[in-house]
Design a protein around this ligand. Sequence first.
Ligand SMILES: Nc1nc2c(c(=O)[nH]1)N[C@H]1C(S)=C(S)[C@@H](COP(=O)(O)OP(=O)(O)OC[C@H]3O[C@@H](n4cnc5c(=O)[nH]c(N)nc54)[C@H](O)[C@@H]3O)O[C@H]1N2
Ligand SMILES: Nc1nc2c(c(=O)[nH]1)N[C@H]1C(S)=C(S)[C@@H](COP(=O)(O)OP(=O)(O)OC[C@H]3O[C@@H](n4cnc5c(=O)[nH]c(N)nc54)[C@H](O)[C@@H]3O)O[C@H]1N2
Ligand code: SF4
Ligand SMILES: [Mo]
Length: 717
Amino acid sequence: MPTTHRTCPLCEAHCGITIETDRNDEVVSIRGDELDPHSRGYLCPKAYGLKGLHEDPDRLRRPLVRGEDGEFREVEWDVALARAAEGLARVRDDHGGDALATYVGNPTAHDLGSLLYLPLFSGAAGSRWTFSAASCDQIPKNLACNEMFGGEYIIPVPDIDRTDFLLVLGANPAVSNGSLLTAPNLRARLKAIRDRGGKVVIIDPRRTETAELADEHHFIRPGADAALLLAMVHVLFREGLASPGRLAPWIRGLDEVEASVAEFSPERVAPFAGIGADAIRALAREFSAAPRAACYGRLGTCTQRFGTLASWAVDVLNVVSVNLDRVGGAMFANSAAPFPSAPRVAGDADPYGRWHTRVRGLPEVGGQVPAAALAEEIEGIGEERIRGLYVHMGNPVLSTPNGERLAAALDSLDFLVCHDLYLNETSRHADVVLPSTSPIERPNADVFFYPMAVRNGAHWSPAAVEPDPELRHPWQVLLELSARLAGAEPAALDEMLCRGLAAAAGVEGDAVELVGLEPGPMRLFDLLLRSGPYATSLADLDPHGSDFGALEPRVPDVLRTPSGKIELAPPRITADLDRLVAAIDDAPPSLVLIGRREVRSNNSWMHNVHALAKGRPRCVLLVHPAEAGRHGLATGDTATLRSRTGKVRVPIEVSDSVMPGVVCLPHGFGHGRSGTRLGVASALQAGVNANALTDDQELDPLSGNAILNGVPVTIES
Ligand SMILES: Nc1nc2c(c(=O)[nH]1)N[C@H]1C(S)=C(S)[C@@H](COP(=O)(O)OP(=O)(O)OC[C@H]3O[C@@H](n4cnc5c(=O)[nH]c(N)nc54)[C@H](O)[C@@H]3O)O[C@H]1N2
Ligand SMILES: Nc1nc2c(c(=O)[nH]1)N[C@H]1C(S)=C(S)[C@@H](COP(=O)(O)OP(=O)(O)OC[C@H]3O[C@@H](n4cnc5c(=O)[nH]c(N)nc54)[C@H](O)[C@@H]3O)O[C@H]1N2
Ligand code: SF4
Ligand SMILES: [Mo]
C-alpha cells in the first residue's frame, strides 16, 4: 500500500505521521511515525482528523463568486482569479494601495508556500496594511524578543528535556501541545522532568490539564504575571541571588532592572496576583536554587493587559537566575532553514511604529497592525478607510476581539476575497472565495516553528495523495493573484522570488540551476537549507525527519541588537512599568473571562470533522461554585454572559477548577450562521462566539495585542 511519511501541520508540535492510501488514493490509515526522531510515534487525536478534513463533503472544491443576486456560484478558476484580482485592483486604482489590506490567519504559519508567497502578494497589491492572528497571540513576545535580543523570532525555548525546574505561566501544553515550543508529546516530556527528580510548577487562573500533571499549581489573577515575575526578580536581587553569570559581558541594563523591581515587593504584589508573599518568595528561591531552571510563558501571558511586560519579565527572570542560554535553561534553537525574514545583521531597521493605523494611531509592530483595529479601519474616518480585503486562511469573525463588529464591517467593504477551505463565519461575507487543496494533498516543510524547537531539526513532507486537479495550492493562488495584480507572468514572478531569496540567503551561483527543482515553495526550502547552519539540502533530509542535535549555547552569536548585547531593560518596554505599578493598587473587576483550548479543536476550524466534533458540547462556561451560588446557577443551566461589547447565552458547568472571580469559555465557536456550509459544526458544536465579548478597544498598549484573557464580564441566569 502506498505509504507517505510527513508531518501533521495542525499544531506546532509537527508530529511525524505515516499515511497509507489504497489504489483509489483514499486514505486508509494515519499513524504516528515511529521513526520520526522528534515525535517517535506520538500523535494526538487531531491527526486522524486530517482524513476527515480531506474527505469532508462540506469542504469547498470549486471557487465561489457572488452574483448580482447576492448568491454564490461555482465558477472555473480563471474566472474566479480574474474576478478576485479585478475587484482588488479596482479598489487600489480608485483609492490607492492604502485602501487595501490583508488578514493572515494561523494556518499560514504551518504552510511553507503561504509563508514564502504572501510577501509577493502584499508587494503586488501595494498595501502595507497587514493584520493577522499574531496580534491575538504572540506579538508581545515578538516585540520583547526584538528589543532584548534583536529579532522577533530570536525566542528562548525552555530546554525541557534537560531542565530540573520548569515554571510555566499561561500555557496549557497538555492540551495545546506547546506553542513557541516545538516538542511533540509534552505530557511525556513533563512527566520525564518529574521522573528524574525535577519539578514542574504551573501558574494559571484555571487548574488546567497541565496543572494536573505538575507538582504545584498556583491560581493567578489574570494579567498579574508581569508583577509576579518582577516580584520574583526583586527577591533574587534582595537576597543576593541575582547574577549575570557567564553572560556578564553581553548584558546591558542589569542595574536598571534592579532599580525597576524595587517597587515590586512580594507583599505589594501578593494581593494583586492572588498569590501569597511567602509563596512568591519560596518560588523565587526554588527557581534560583535549582541546578537548571527554565521559565516559560505563553498565550495567557501575551493575550492580556500587560502582555509585553510579562513576555519581557519571563526572560528577565531567566537571565538574572543565570538560566538563559545554558543547558537545561532557556535556550536558542538554530534553525536548519533560516526563515528569510530572520535578521542577518545587527540593527536591521527598527520594526516598530514605522506607520500607524488611521483611526486610533496604533503603531505597526513587525510589519503588522493590530487585528483588533480591523473593524474600525474598515468603518474608517471620512474617505480614509480600508475598502478591499484579502483574507488568507483566517476566520477573524470568530478569532479577533469584538468579532461581531467585524462581521458587520465586512459587509461594508467594496470587495472581500477569502482563501479558505470552507464557507465559514468570515468567508460567507466574501465576494470571491478561493479554496485550496487540503494539507495532505501538498508538499510542505516546517520552517516557521523549528527556530523554537527543543531540538534542532528539519522535516519536509511530500503530498500523501494526488492533488485534486480542480484545486490549487495556497502558493499557486497567491502567485496567480500577485501576477494579475502586478500585470506580470506567474513564471516570471516565481523566478524573481527564487533569485531574490537566493541572494538574500547568500547562495552563490545560478540558484535556479543549482537547485533544479520545479517552481514552487520546495525549491525555495532547498535554498534555505543550503544557506543554513547545517548546509544541508532537500535531498539530504531523512524522510522521517532529520535531527541536528540538542540545543547549544548561542550567545553572543545569536544576538542582533545594535549593541550586540542582550538589552535587559529596553526603554520602550520599561516605559510601560508605571502603568503596571498603578494597576497593582487598583481594585480588580469582580468577574473576568478567560479562555481555554480543548484537545479536539483547532481554533475555529476543525469542528466540521465528525470524528472530532462528536460527543458532548465543548462550548461550556466554567463558573466557580461561589459565583454560581450567588446567581442560583447549577451545572446544565444556561446563563447570560455580558461584556462592554456584547452578550451570549451559554450552558454552564460549575467547577472549582477556575479561581473565584474568573469564568472560562473556549474560543472558536459560534457556528450555525446562515450562509455558511459547516453542517457538522453547526449541528454538533455550534456554541457561541467568545469574541463577541472580548473588547477591540482594550489592547496591550505597547504591542497592540488583543486582551483575550481577563475581560470584565457580568453573569446572570
Ligand atoms: N478569545 C480568544 N480568541 C482567540 C484565541 C484565544 O485564545 N481566545 N486565540 C487566538 C489565536 S492564538 C489564534 S492563532 C487565532 C487564530 O485566528 P485565525 O487564524 O483567524 O482563525 P482560525 O480559526 O485558525 O482559522 C483558520 C482558517 O484557515 C482555514 N484553513 C485551514 N487550513 C487551510 C488550508 O490548507 N487552505 C486554506 N485555504 N484554508 C485553510 C480554516 O478553514 C479556517 O477558516 O485565534 C485567536 N483568537
Ligand atoms: N487542541 C488545540 N491545540 C492548539 C490550539 C487549539 O485551538 N486546540 N491552538 C493552537 C494555537 S493557535 C496556539 S497559539 C497554541 C496556544 O497554546 P498555549 O499557549 O498552551 O495556550 P492555551 O492552551 O490557550 O493556554 C493558555 C493558558 O493561559 C491561561 N491564562 C489566561 N489568562 C492568564 C493570565 O493572565 N495569566 C496566566 N498565567 N495564565 C492565564 C489560561 O487559563 C490557559 O490555561 O495552541 C495551539 N494548539
Ligand atoms: S500534537 Fe496533534 S495536532 Fe499537533 S502536530 Fe501532533 S498530531 Fe498534529
Ligand atoms: Mo495561535
